[in-house]
Design a protein around this ligand. Structure first.
Ligand code: GLN
Ligand code: ZN
Length: 781
């Protein structure tokens, strides 16, 4: 191995790729709809990459020192890897061309499915709100270097005068994130294919070297996570093997292994023992490791600027952390802790944030500037960056003392809470009181809250927001929509009705807009998956509720029907998970404040005659920390905040919750501890597996088995729904079972929704009638 080229003194692990004005999203969606062709999308993408390179140089990264990561993706970096290594599931074999490659349309088909062929599964990327596509690997998977987009992008940059650093998902993480293919035998572990995958990585890395890359970055966040079903020993052996093989390649580029989202722990000595030239440490989530043999010879890439949050933060503290890494190696680089994929582009694109709030923030571009500052400081000494450090410190001091950041009455209320505030009466008593109050049939039917959001609703909301629609007119339009949704639910025969959530743009932002302590951005988009972006609100201060939020809508809805209407709120954990949250106090304290605001809202709903309130916590699983040692604390505050929000109601008031988006295995105990009267859960795709798991743990509260999979436009047949309901009833007593769709209906169209709900009710009647007949038969026997 020749002497490796120096690693740049400052870098970032990755940069947002969707574009400052979501240009990539728009181009990709136009391609999907047939409005533009592949050449046009590719040229938008090339322009974006070019603009990104120029921008990063302006912000202080080097043009020709490998400091700019080549981290573009049309959809997802894991999908890119699937295509690069040729791991195409057999159901998509027809997408592969004669030369073994897949074109752009085929690439998107893997992500989006086609006809009978379901897309690759999607799941969340570590503890972020980004979702990746899950590779399907089996004994039959043939790995080959089938995609060279990363090489072409490197060459594109080179032609424009840049020496960039290609970024790949590392081979160990790639296999850890994979699931066994449909063809694989039971018990098959994708990681067992490592030896077959490595030659393809070797070939790709060599191609990059031939193209002129000095450095290649391999992202291995899989090494920091414990929540993966592979014994740790196997993971560590895989690291040794993978970086042994790649390290021994002749004529290779220097290798930088990044490990964002936490500390490497026992994987660090293993990596240090290989010949990789640089190792990335997440020093925001993780802490400074102990010295281990081999580490002093590496470049250590100190992830001290938080890539996962939007605060300008304590820059001097970050500088000190970077300097402390010098105890481990003479060669230290400043970096972000993770890719900047998780933050919006630029605070300067915000024109309506309060000026002081804006000065507390750092989006991607500001964070690149912070990296450049600290890198300069490491080289030239702290005095050389005294002014920016002082500016950041002044902003932080101002932030901590700013009005609204600490609100005395909110804090006093939170400090005075006692156990009783988190506890409802015995479930048996509640059940009796609720049955008397609600008079529901057996197997009660309901929905999760939202109904399809039509173009008319979106238009009315947008016009109202722009000030072009008077508040009264807006209210009348929404009420008319609610009236239609109520009539529809009565016609279908549902037992517990909802208002349909037409007034909500987003289940978190809606509450953020109505609570004190939050701010909303104009252009603060971040990629959630593929072309889908979200615009998280900023939770910057103590949270309180200036006025009731949902009460008028719910009361109006209840006035239209004799059936019970469910009030609909988003829970504290989900509000935190899908916002950018203040970093100056524990999440648990922030969650309590949100919970108290919701508690007041629930009290007002109850006082106004609403008998059922649902508090959605779809993100409960999502925020679960990656390391097991942190689980107990998280579950304590997350479950506690839900209980605090909901425990103030009378026994006769029924509390529902709704969970979705993830495997629940690890949080089943927590679901029980929420102590909701009814928990509806995403279960259709897993064919009721989670419902059985919950029941197996001795859960005796209501369970809403999601039998209609709303993530697909397919209309499930009555037979199919009956079978799913019967499956649920095999493991759960009828008394506990509720019937509902998997999740809210807002992303669906009306036609399929109405048909599906009709079928859901028909299936319920089939099962109810059969059960009643069985009961009569057993009585007359
Ligand atoms: N009540 C919300 C809705 O129906 C729940 C959405 C969710 O779980 N993500 O839209
Ligand atoms: Zn849901």
């Amino acid at each position: 191995m020749p002497i490796s080229p120096a690693f740049p003194t400052g870098t970032i692990l990755g940069y947002p790729r969707i574009g400052r004005r979501r240009e990539l999203k728009k181009a990709v969606e136009a391609f999907w709809s047939g409005a533009i062709d592949a050449v046009a999308v590719e040229s938008v993408a090339a322009e974006l990459r070019s603009a990104t390179r120029e921008r990063l140089v302006d912000l202080g990264l080097g043009r020709a020192d490998s400091s700019i990561p080549e981290s573009f993706s049309y959809y997802d970096q894991v999908l890119d890897t699937i295509v690069a290594v040729g791991a195409i599931p057999t159901r998509f074999a027809s997408l592969v061309g004669a030369d073994g490659t897949i074109d752009l349309a085929g690439y998107f088909t893997l992500a989006r499915g086609e006809g009978e062929n379901l897309p690759l599964e999607m799941t969340k990327w570590f503890d972020s709100n980004y979702h990746y596509l899950v590779p399907e690997i089996g004994p039959e998977t043939v790995f080959s270097l089938a995609g060279d987009r990363i090489v072409r992008e490197f060459l594109e940059a080179k032609a424009a005068g840049f020496l960039t650093r290609p970024v790949l998902v590392g081979p160990v993480t790639f296999l850890l994130l994979s699931k066994a293919s449909d063809e694989a035998p039971a018990g098959f572990s994708p990681l067992s294919r490592l030896d077959d995958l490595l030659p393809v990585y070797a070939a790709l890395v060599s191609r990059l070297a031939d193209a002129g890359a000095d450095w290649v970055q391999l992202d291995e966040p899989g090494l920091v996570s414990e929540s993966i079903d592979v014994p740790r020993g196997d993971t560590l052996a895989a690291v040794a093997s993978a970086y042994g093989v790649l390290g021994r390649l002749s004529g290779r580029p220097a290798l930088f292994v990044a490990a964002p989202y936490g500390s490497l722990d026992d994987a660090l000595p293993v990596l240090a023992g290989t010949t990789v030239e640089a190792i990335g440490l997440d020093l925001v989530r993780g802490t400074l490791p102990q010295a281990v043999p081999g580490l002093a010879a590496k470049t250590l890439v100190a992830g001290v600027i938080d890539g996962h949050n939007i605060w300008r933060g304590d820059l001097a503290g970050a500088f000190e952390r970077a300097e402390s890494v010098r105890a481990l190696s003479d060669s230290v680089t400043v970096s972000t802790s993770t890719s900047l994929l998780h933050v919006p582009h630029d605070v300067l694109d915000e024109t309506s944030l309060p000026v002081d709030l804006a000065s507390w923030l750092a989006f991607a571009d500001q964070k690149v500037g912070q990296v450049a500052t600290l890198a300069f400081g490491l080289a030239a000494g702290r005095a050389a960056i005294a002014i920016p450090l002082a500016d950041a410190a002044a902003a932080l001091t101002a932030r901590l003392a700013a009005p609204g950041v600490r609100n005395g009455s909110v804090r006093a209320r939170s400090a005075a809470l006692t156990d009783a505030d988190f506890t409802r009466g015995a479930y048996a008593d509640r059940l009796t009181a609720q049955n008397a109050a609600l008079q529901l049939p057996s197997l009660p039917t309901t929905t999760i809250g939202s109904f399809p959001q039509t173009a008319d609703i979106r238009r009315a909301r947008a016009q109202f927001l722009k000030g072009n629609l008077p508040a009264d007119d807006y209210r009348d339009l929404m009420r008319a929509e609610i009236g239609r949704v109520v009539a529809l639910q009565e016609e279908i025969g549902l037992d517990v009705l909802v208002h349909g959530e037409p007034e909500r743009n987003d289940m978190v932002q809606y509450f953020a807009e109505n609570l004190d302590g939050f701010a909303v951005t104009e252009n603060g988009w971040v990629q959630s998956y593929g072309s889908r972006c979200t615009r998280p609100s900023i939770l910057w201060g103590d949270v309180s509720r200036p006025a009731p939020i949902t009460v008028d809508w719910s009361v109006y809805t209840q006035s239209l029907t004799a059936k019970p209407v469910k009030g609909m709120l988003t829970g504290p954990v989900t509000i935190l998970a899908w916002s950018f949250v203040r970093d100056d106090q524990p999440l648990g304290e922030t969650a309590r404040q949100v919970a108290l605001a919701l508690r007041d809202e629930i009290g007002d709903l109850e006082a106004a005659g609403i008998k059922i309130v649902q508090v959605d916590e779809p993100a409960l699983r999502e925020l679960l920390p990656l390391k097991e040692k942190d689980h107990a604390d998280y579950l304590d505050w997350s479950v506690g905040s839900f209980r605090l929000a909901t425990a103030g109601v009378a026994e006769a008031t029924q509390i529902h919750t709704h969970l979705c988006y993830s495997e629940f295995g690890v949080v089943i105990e927590a679901i029980r501890n929420l102590d909701a009267d009814v928990t509806s859960i995403e279960a259709a795709r897993s064919r009721m597996e989670v419902v059985q798991q919950i029941e197996a743990g001795g859960f005796n509260h209501g369970i809403g088995a999601g039998i209609y999979d709303i993530h697909s436009p397919r209309v499930p047949s009555v037979d199919e729904l009956t079978t799913l309901l019967d499956t649920a009833l095999e493991s759960i007593p009828e008394r506990q079972v509720w019937v509902n769709p998997d999740c809210g209906l807002k992303t669906r169209g009306y036609e399929e929704t109405v048909q599906s709900l009709h079928n859901m009710l028909a299936a319920t009647r089939v099962v109810r009638d059969r059960r009643a007949a069985d009961l009569r038969a057993s009585l007359t026997r």
